[in-house]
Ligand binder design. Structure first.
Ligand code: TPP
Ligand code: SF4
Ligand code: MG
Length: 284
């Protein structure tokens, strides 16, 4: 295993038992293995938003960019377009990515941006102490909904499938070995990849027991089968009491935006920097 030291001096302030630890440990292992396999470490860029999840970039000693709440996706897209050789990985909360920032996620999926989005979906606003999010179940009693929410949640994977995402998967913070596999596949996928992690917030929405009873690992599923993927995504809609499939739900090869943005593609000998300058000067 690679000798790179991904640890930082930042004291970890997550609550003991928080599902974010599993994501942190899984991604560190995956980054090391990618470097072992030849990915230049300096080509990895991590981006986060604002929320408990976002602190993950404080805890990994790698190139990173701390963005703002709801805006993880646009910097990921910009970084990828400026230098398509980079592996760009965004970490976002469910409030962050599926609430305030969902429009960005939809368009990144539509364009098949070659980025990986890891969503810490604890189904609550953790950092701001327990308000409901777009994936909180009906009746969720939080700080802003003491009588329980009166809205059904959205199914983010269904939204992403409809938007054109080419890699969709789900894991849980109780399944670190599986998270490692999924993260690696998502990062290696050429195109827009999203991992919805059912990351448990032990303090404001402790779902460990529920998920432990409901989740199952996909074994025979062919992720190229759109109809089957759709059926699996609908099997559990983030509200009803149903089995919850974990693993790679959907995968498709398709042209990516960074390759079609500049014509001919970068590999065709275009002076990328000159072209970007030209496009920027036209825009001003
Ligand atoms: C533009 C903007 N809107 C709202 C906020 C307030 N805010 C900060 S964190 C947060 C919720 C975070 O929830 P989530 O994205 O689910 O992340 P978690 O803390 O659960 O990891 C909110 C609403 C903000 N800082 N900036
Ligand atoms: S509030 Fe929830 S999400 Fe935030 S660190 Fe604590 S357990 Fe984790
Ligand atoms: Mg959250």
């Amino acid at each position: 295993m690679s000798e790179i030291n991904l640890n930082t001096y930042a004291p970890n302030t997550w609550c003991p038992g928080c599902g974010n630890f599993a994501i942190l440990n899984a991604i560190k292992t995956v980054l090391k293995s990618l470097v072992d396999e030849g990915l230049p470490f300096e080509n990895i860029v991590l981006v986060s938003g604002i929320g408990c999840h976002a602190k993950i970039v404080d805890y990994i000693n790698a190139n990173s960019f701390y963005s703002i709440h709801g805006r993880v996706t646009p910097p990921c897209e910009g970084i990828k377009l400026a230098n398509p050789n980079l592996k760009v990985i965004g970490f976002a909360g469910d409030g962050d990515a599926y609430g305030e920032g969902i429009e960005h996620l939809i368009f990144a999926a539509k364009r098949n941006m070659d980025i990986t989005m890891i969503i810490h979906n604890n189904r609550v606003y953790g950092l701001t102490t327990g308000q409901y999010t777009p994936t909180s179940p009906f009746g969720f009693k939080g700080r802003s909904t003491p009588q329980g929410t009166k809205e059904l949640p959205i199914n983010p994977l269904e939204v992403m499938l409809a938007s054109g995402a080419t890699f969709l998967s789900r894991g849980t913070s109780h399944g670190m070995e599986q998270l490692k596999k999924i993260f690696k596949e998502a990062i290696m996928h050429k195109g827009f990849a999203l991992v919805d992690v059912l990351q448990v917030c032990v303090t404001y929405f402790n779902m460990y027991d529920y998920y432990d009873k409901k989740v199952y690992e996909l074994k025979e599923h062919d992720p190229a089968d759109y109809e089957k993927a759709h059926a699996l995504i609908r099997e559990w809609d983030y509200n009803k009491d149903a089995p919850i499939a974990l693993g790679v739900l959907y995968r498709k090869e398709a042209p990516t935006f960074d390759n079609t943005f500049l014509t001919p593609p970068v590999s065709g000998g275009v002076d990328r920097e000159a072209k970007i300058r030209e496009l920027l000067s036209e825009a001003i």
